[in-house]
Write a protein that binds this ligand. Structure first.
Ligand SMILES: CC(=O)/C=C/C=C(C)/C=C/C1=C(C)CCCC1(C)C
Ligand SMILES: CC(/C=C/C=O)=C\C=C\C=O
Ligand SMILES: [Fe+2]
Length: 563
């Protein structure tokens, strides 16, 4: 079986767009310059040699890692995690050290911004990069890996015109003249100039379609989980309009919830989409209680009966959206006076059952939420956990590429983070609490990129997996298993490596919450990369498989089980 399935999956086609010229370190003073570098640049254009070096796998002759000096570009001065992927696509079988459990059958997909330049022009922020989709296909203890650039309009236009053509997270195309500027403002309002670069995450819908996402609605792109082909836009057929949504919808086999921020009348629409449709239906609306605009909603949690709508004091900012040059908080603004809130909406009725003021907070990612019951089974409170950055907005700037790339060890520059636990009373009290769910020293005061056993979504849970810190560091550099009952963490660490979000896959038939494996992809200190499998229960390594090339950092993933 395996060789047939695998060989049909092997595809060695490559293309080398001129934009993929292999520009060395982008170490610019302001992170924004054309073709300048502090280092002498040995301009390295791709050629056939690169192709041979990185693309020689077949199922019968597993990929052999090229010699170390070829895995990192000799002129790279920064970590491979922050270095653009070198080629548009690759696929091959990896040599596995250790044992992949035979029950692990399916494909882990991970999306993220893996390409941060157009020719000599370097992007500014981690979130600006063009989407690179990576796959790990597990079958009978073997592992086929590959990656492919997502063919968004934004990516294709940049490739064709050799310049930025759409507004990315921090990058804005330059207007040639005033008239063009006025035209572009009109395009901003219509959404025409916004990016569709689906670089944040990837989800498998209940109907089997696999969609890559970002925060712009037009950046919802259907892909083939086997070939990683871009199949086309996921078009929303409803008339809800709006341009943006949460980057992290809640997706299960039967449910799809997301939030649509309303920048005109500050608030959020809470919507649901039935599997098999492209039609979002409104469950209800939350009006913001503070500030001139809604808070950023990168993600949000749900419980069994409620959707939790966070209202962060880090709010979208219309003026910043219009600016050509980035502001310190990009498209956002910090409004501590506007306060912070958590709203709770009933999934069935759309009614808001609680809306409480909470201490100021900053989070990208909610971990999970659940309903707390008293002895009589009455729901008394909602518990919602998130990766919380101590209400410190500097984390957004830390993710600027220049900051990520300039780190040489030594000093500790990663701001402290914690598992922030919201306690939202349902008895009408006006205030909720926010506290650390465990001592942040347990995970080195780094905390982001979390996952849980999906069976526990919205339910009382004990374990979460995330990235923590072994300091000094500039970015979360450990994988951590959090025991929220015992308030303990167990950490995995490879010196100098940057692991991506640990993703939990449950063993079929498991009865224990942590019975399964945790998948991560690691960018190592020598310019290489490897897929890593940890046991979900012991958090010990069970297998790893080296990629024949260095892996750029990636964000979020999903699991597509074998049919
Ligand atoms: C990669 C990631 O986590 C976040 C990406 C966010 C993006 C691409 C946000 C884009 C936006 C615009 C292009 C204009 C409107 C505001 C905003 C949603 C921030
Ligand atoms: C990489 C990241 C957020 C990604 C959003 O999808 C946050 C990292 C935070 C560091 O502590
Ligand atoms: Fe995210």
């Amino acid at each position: 079986m395996a060789s047939i399935a695998f060989s049909s999956a092997i595809r060695n086609s490559m293309s080398w767009p001129t934009m993929l010229s292999n520009k060395p370190a982008d170490d610019m003073k302001d992170g924004f310059s054309f073709g300048k570098s502090m280092f002498t640049t040995r301009k390295h254009n791709f050629n056939h040699q690169d192709l041979i070096l990185t693309n020689v796998a077949s199922p019968l002759t597993p990929a052999i890692a090229p010699p170390p000096e070829k895995t990192a570009r000799p002129d790279d001065r920064h970590h491979v995690a922050w270095t653009s992927i070198r080629q548009e696509r690759w696929e091959g079988e990896l040599v596995v050290q250790g044992q992949i459990p035979l029950w692990l059958s399916g494909t882990y997909l991970r999306n993220g911004p893996g390409m941060w330049h157009i020719g000599d022009y370097n992007f500014r922020h981690l979130f600006d990069g063009y989407a690179t989709l990576v796959k790990l296909h597990f079958e009978n203890g073997r592992l086929i890996a590959g990656h492919r650039q997502i063919e968004s309009e934004a990516y294709k236009a940049a490739k064709k015109n050799k310049k930025l053509c759409y507004r990315e997270f921090s990058e804005v195309p330059k207007s040639d003249n005033f008239l063009a500027y006025v035209g572009e403002l009109a395009n901003l309002f219509s959404g025409a100039s916004l990016t569709d670069n689906a670089n944040t995450g990837v989800v498998k819908l209940g109907d089997g379609r696999v969609v890559c996402l970002t925060e712009t609605q037009k950046g919802s792109i259907i892909i083939d989980p086997v070939t990683l082909d871009t199949l086309g836009k996921f078009e929303y057929t409803d008339t809800l309009g709006g341009l943006i949504h949460s980057a992290h919808p809640i997706v299960t086999d039967t449910e799809f919830f997301t939030l649509l921020p309303d920048l005109v009348i500050p608030g959020y629409l809470v919507v649901r989409m039935e599997p098999g449709t492209n039609d979002r239906k409104v469950i209800g609306r939350v009006d913001c209680r503070g500030g001139p605009a809604p808070g950023w909603v990168h993600s949000f949690p749900v419980t069994e009966h409620y959707v939790i709508v966070p209202e962060m004091p880090l709010r979208y900012c219309a003026q910043n959206l219009l600016k050509a040059e980035p502001t310190p908080l990009y498209k956002f603004e910090w409004h501590p006076d506007s306060k912070a809130f958590m709203h709770v909406m009933c999934k069935a009725s759309g009614k808001i059952v609680a809306s409480v003021e909470v201490p100021l907070y900053i989070t990208f990612h909610f971990i999970n939420a659940y309903e707390e019951e008293d002895e009589d089974g009455r729901v008394t409170a909602i518990i919602a956990d998130c990766c919380e950055h101590n209400a410190n907005t500097t984390i957004l700037d830390r993710l600027r590429l220049q900051n990520l790339r300039s780190y040489n060890g030594g000093e500790d520059v990663l701001p402290d983070a914690r598992v922030g636990r919201f306690i939202i009373p349902l008895d009408g009290s006006p205030h909720g609490k926010l506290e650390a769910a465990l001592n942040p020293d347990e995970h080195g005061r780094g905390m982001d990129m979390c996952s849980i056993n999906p069976c526990n979504l919205g339910k009382k849970y004990r374990y979460a997996y995330a990235c923590g810190a072994e300091r000094p560091c500039n970015f979360p550099n450990t994988l951590t298993k959090l025991d929220l009952m015992k308030k303990k963490a167990k950490n995995w660490y490879d010196e100098g490596a940057v692991p991506s979000e640990p993703f939990f896959v449950a063993r079929p038939g498991a009865t224990q919450e942590d019975d399964g494996v945790v998948i991560s992809m690691v960018s190592d200190k020598n310019g290489g990369g490897y897929a890593l499998l940890l046991d979900g229960s012991t958090f010990e390594e069970i297998a790893r498989a080296k990629f024949p090339y260095g892996l750029p950092y990636g964000l979020h993933g999903c699991w597509v089980p074998k049919k």
